[in-house]
Design a protein around this ligand. Structure first.
Ligand SMILES: Nc1ncnc2c1ncn2[C@@H]1O[C@H](COP(=O)(O)OP(=O)(O)OP(=O)(O)O)[C@@H](O)[C@H]1O
Ligand SMILES: [Mg+2]
Length: 334
């Protein structure tokens, strides 16, 4: 086990009340594995990733329970929620890296992209300035960026979103992470660039054996890249299992709804993806009683689904799902 999250809860204090962004979340990632987290907007995907990185903004956010146990390169384990900030910085720089949804916001506007990649190389691989700059140029070239010497001298505002995303990936890879967290790394990009970024991540993974936590709305992307899938709804894990199995026999009606609405093109990131599920995701300020999905679920029954919170049930085949009617619902996207 590389990373094991156990009972993680994160709350935000807002003017309108307390938002339960992540509620008692548990999952694990094996060495070298790609786990995709999917779920609608606001389901707690990014907040979970930020918690792993120790970057939940506090205030207004607060981790209220849980452990995030990471196995380090040297074999020791560390609860990231309880590690000193120095140790967390060390792990974050050297063993876990994150690519954010908005690369331009994560790059500094005042340094060239060459300088920024070189700086991560210098920090993590103790290179001289000249060596690091040469390596940065080489990395840009290997990321498929033409005229890398010239590009290295560009500032972030002079490059496209797709190129900025590649630069972010180059910076993340500079530390040779054992875990790469990629939060919607392709959402803002056009379809061709999306496909290139995905194959880049896949190639990096093959070269280094790193594990990937891939957060996305796009189930087409999941089918291409993930070994396992975790589905989140209203801050909770509602289903998980091997990708093939989740696609062929989802057991939680929410997962079936997500799958039923997958567009044809695997690289299409159309906002229509979730249109087959009626209604809106619930407000984190007031999750419905019982099963949080019951107001939108065609299988919900009164007096059961609206009162009793379903446990996550292990189905014994690597799959687990949170539904009170699981024995009555046979797998298969609707
Ligand atoms: N800084 C914040 N202040 C208050 N609430 C927040 C903050 N960040 C996140 N939240 C709340 O936490 C919940 C989970 O947010 P999160 O960003 O994890 O969603 P997500 O699944 O990543 O959604 P998306 O697909 O839109 O990126 C949301 O309801 C959001 O309103
Ligand atoms: Mg997000």
């Amino acid at each position: 086990m590389l990373l094991s999250i156990n009972d993680l809860s994160v709350r935000f204090a807002t003017a309108a009340g307390t938002a339960d962004a992540v509620a008692s979340l548990s999952f694990a990632i094996e060495e070298g594995e790609t786990l995709a987290i999917v779920g609608e907007s606001g389901s707690g995907k990014s907040v979970s990733a930020l918690a792993i990185m120790g970057l939940v903004p506090n205030p207004p956010g607060r981790v209220t329970s849980g452990q995030i146990v990471f196995r380090r390169r040297n074999g020791s384990t560390e609860d990231l929620l309880r590690a000193s900030s120095a140790r967390l910085r060390d792990i974050r720089g050297n063993e876990i890296a994150m690519v954010f949804q908005e690369p331009l916001a994560a790059l500094s506007p005042v340094f060239t992209i060459g300088e920024q990649i070189a700086e991560s190389l210098r920090l993590h691989q103790r290179k001289s300035h000249a060596d690091a700059m040469r390596m940065a140029v080489r990395m840009l070239g290997s990321l498929g960026i033409s005229e890398p010497e010239m590009r290295a001298r560009s500032y972030p505002h002079q490059i496209s979103g797709g190129m900025a995303q590649r630069v972010m990936i180059a910076m993340a890879m500079a530390c040779r992470p054992r875990l790469l967290i990629a939060d919607e790394p392709t959402t803002a990009l056009d379809v061709t660039i999306q496909a290139e970024i995905l194959s880049l991540i896949r190639q990096m993974k093959e070269e280094t054996g790193m594990a990937v936590l891939f957060i996305t709305h796009n189930l087409g992307v999941v089918a291409q890249i993930a070994d396992r899938v975790a589905v989140m709804y209203a801050g909770r894990l509602v289903e998980e299992g091997p990708t093939k199995q989740i696609f062929s026999s989802p057991r939680m009606p929410y997962t079936s709804g997500l799958l039923a609405s997958v567009p044809r093109l695997v690289t299409d990131d159309s906002p229509l993806v979730l249109s087959a599920i009626p209604g809106e995701p619930p407000s984190p300020l007031a999750h419905p009683r019982g099963c949080a999905f019951h107001p939108r679920c065609r299988y919900a029954v009164k007096g059961l689904c609206d009162t009793t919170p379903p446990p996550l049930r292990d189905l014994g085949n690597g799959q687990a799902a949170r539904c009170l009617r699981i024995d009555e619902i046979v797998g298969g996207a609707t």
